[in-house]
Design a protein around this ligand. Sequence first.
Ligand code: ZN
Length: 763
Amino acid sequence: MIEVVIVSSSLNFVLRLTPIVGAIALIWSFDALAQDEPRWTHPELKWNTIETEHFFVHFHEGAEQTGKLTAKIAEDIYKPITSLYGYEPNGKVHFIIIDYDDFSNGSAYYLDNKVEIWASAMDFELRGTHSWLRNVITHEYTHMISLGAARKITRHIPAAYVQWLGYEDEKRPDVLYGYPNRILSYPLPFTVMPPWFAEGVAQHQRPELEYDLWDSHRDMLLRTAVVENKMLTYSEMNAFGKNSIGSERVYNQGYSLSGYIARNYGEASLQQIAANMRSPMRFSFDSAIKKATGKSGGQIYDEWKKHLQEAYAQQLREIQAHTVTGELVQAKGSGNFYPRWSPDGSKLAYLSNAGADYLGQTALVLREGVGGKDKLIKAGVHYAFSWSPDGTQLAYSRKSEKNPHHSVVYDLYLYDIKNKKEKRLTHAARAHSPSWSPDGKTLACVLNGDGAQNIALYDIAANQLKIITSHKTQEQAYTPQWSPDGRQILYSYSQARGRSLRLYDVASGEITPVNLQHSTNGESSGGKPTDARDAVFSPDGQKIYFSWDVTGIFNIYSYDLATQQTAPLTNVVGGAFMPSANGNGELVFSTFVAEGYKIAHLKTPQPVPPEVTQYLPSPDRNIQLAAVNGDLAHLNLNGIKHGAYDDKQIPNFEVKPYNDHYSAISILPRVMMDYGTVKLAPPSIAIRIMICSCWWIMTSSACRCFSKPTIKCVTPAQMATIFFIIWRKSISARGAVGITSTIRSSVLFTAATMPRFRSSIAD
Ligand SMILES: [Zn+2]
């Protein structure tokens, strides 16, 4: 018998594909898996396609700017990424642009030449701000290329599966054949790459382009893990964690470690490692690293860890001697955000994921005073929220599926604290982060759509939304806040990298930037854009409190609107965000330590001398990758490097109506050792004919499987030897498939084949 399992065939690209067995759906942010990943398709939408030299870009109505920009960016990065790995895919890669949900992510279905991109640039609390589309397109395309470069055989056969069955010699009267008593199963993936490397190089990308970079959030996550001794071990980096922090550490450490390999062993070693995995009999990733660098992955990990410990100790010398951290008043949970004093300064409301695993699983919580008891207001609340001016209500945003066509988007809600009643204000508005005007009539909020976020005003009585900024694709606004006199709205703005503070004048509509100056070490940012965020007014309206990474570490700063003086108020090793001040000058904020975001309280904040907040330069800073690698010299990067491109200029691509595209058939051969016979079994002759036809098309060679239902080619002893070698290799290779995932796969495959196993028993 010949059995081949069809794992993916003739699937419409727009209808969502289920990730196929043996492939990796590479999710950019694993928070998505936790709770709010969109589950609905949208057949009501009209789809269009742009075809370029190397890509198809499919997008639906309403996402035209994002679709066109994707085509431009994809062609921009084609040469730099394929050249880094010395590999070009066979066939054009399809990008599918999705913009009907408030969700930021991307997935690379590398066996199907398909990438899905969610257009929204939503905030993610463990990463900084970048040009979302350039970042995510390059990330997913690097997956396609690095995994393609490491693939052992055609992508139409993602994996094979071997199984051995043994039987009791003695026959029982109620069993037709010998009673089965032994089963050994082993999957053979034909692309082997551990998560840390796949995700590491997808963030490393081409550092010269700066579409992704080692930002202050990433440095914060790694720094706190090193200082508090919470780093993942090399083995732990081979599997995604069970919560946001654990999952992101795989990305984070993978990014740092692959950058370390590139800087110290040459960027070409990344290509060599991927190419070494192409070898059909190499299943150990560790040995691929050793062949490329002369050292095993474990040795390089130890070297890198020591380097990090020494570097961070050096960089943090001043800070650790003069920390100003405040007192922790909420330490449970990994995501505690936006502590906000009530208008009279007696109560505190904040978002918390205490009791949950993911940062997206926050609930709105009310606390009587700083040390009081918590009371749950509403689950599922996310992003900034606001007290009503009289302190009786809260305005917030949360996602709902109760929308036309089940779009999962943010809407605005009010909650009456006394009556415990929630009122939904908007429906499918894609509005979040409300701030209540001092006269109580209007909510300022952020509106999301076609890759941009704008500030809008929601008139509560009239139930009307009015957009007041004119951001196009890739321009983002965050956390609007009314000034206490109601004349201005303060918010953060980003176009590509970092964030700046802006003031909107409500009467004139004029927008002016807040000119932040740092007295001593403004040069710590290397002249690059800094990230100023989460700004709020002091109750008297004379100061702005905000979070800023000008030193490389986010701290809380105050900005005096009259004198334009800026002063740090905290000096932390991790990070300080989302401040709120009451009338007594007390400050609460969200502070990051290795275990996540907690709430801290500073009773009497004082300016910290800027010189003790200095985060000394990283020793990695001056190592230039281009000089090591050199292949970029042959490419023309003019106009595509960060700072040189202009994404407001979008070429006028020809747009055609979408026609169905289909992924090719993939097969998963199963080799079974049963009764001392090697079996490759098809369930029916019709499927065998179909498989063989496809095999013939794929390989352009005659197929023998028509004629020989049973192939005896390996003796039981040979089979056992092969099995043992593969098993031993996988266990010994810390960087290979990973023991956990190997066992998990074996269990999965065994479970999948159990019905057949049982069918050999007759009652
Ligand atoms: Zn990824």
